[in-house]
Design a binder for this molecule. Sequence first.
Ligand code: SAM
Length: 254
Amino acid sequence: MTRADTPWRATILTLYPEMFPGPLGLSLSGDALARGDWTLEARNIREHGLGRHRSVDDTPAGGGAGMVLRCDVLAAAIDAAAVGAATGADDPRPRLLMSPRGRPLTQARVRDLAAGPGALIVCGRFEGVDERVIAGRGLEEVSIGDYVLSGGEIAALVVLDACVRLLPGVMGKMESGVEESFEGGLLEYPHYTRPRDWEGRAIPDVLSSGNHAAIARWRRAEAERITAERRPDLRDGSVAGQAGSRSITGPSRS
Ligand code: SAM
């Protein structure tokens, strides 16, 4: 199945459009971009900056260090980037704001996003964004982990990579998506390949037995053991399941 007629559509709002597609121009995601399974547009927030210097930020109300992205500038960038902005039609895509304060990204949310029409993703910088634009433009704050990055671009690349590999036809076999970590609340079982013996470590006998039922039981037991050891939270359900725009296409396939 291909989505050539309705590609999954990603729009990124950033101060650094050159950071896209970055690593997503290679391998599975790059091939899918070249095929037109998804599209990527990285738009420069600064196009909507104010004054001669196209200023996008200002000092924090109440004082303190750093700068804050202005709500009026960001709102103008979001409004101009919406699909159908020219005709006034509603953009059906979710609007994400990359934020360490956001709900942690999960495979379940990634599956939802991949099943939809695409995403508009706002990348913060500096101290973050003026709070009012979050409610004003219905932004969903999404975190990629409990640490602080210097900007939202790498976080946006993470979201895109996780979504694009799930689009129909992007992975070689759909099974490789179904049996992975986090599907069914488990981390994945261990993998092995040749050589059979390596530095005194052998592949578990069951994997060479040809007994598919026994192999499936062993893999399930290993997945449960590893999950119990490393991520018991998964089983108990506590983890919810320059200037200018750039239209980016994949690398040419020679
Ligand atoms: N002052 C903010 C705070 O303490 O929460 C951190 C701002 S951070 C230096 C700048 C931008 O990087 C954020 O606005 C966000 O877009 C992005 N960012 C940083 N860490 C992130 C994370 N863990 N997940 C998603 N985005 C992140």
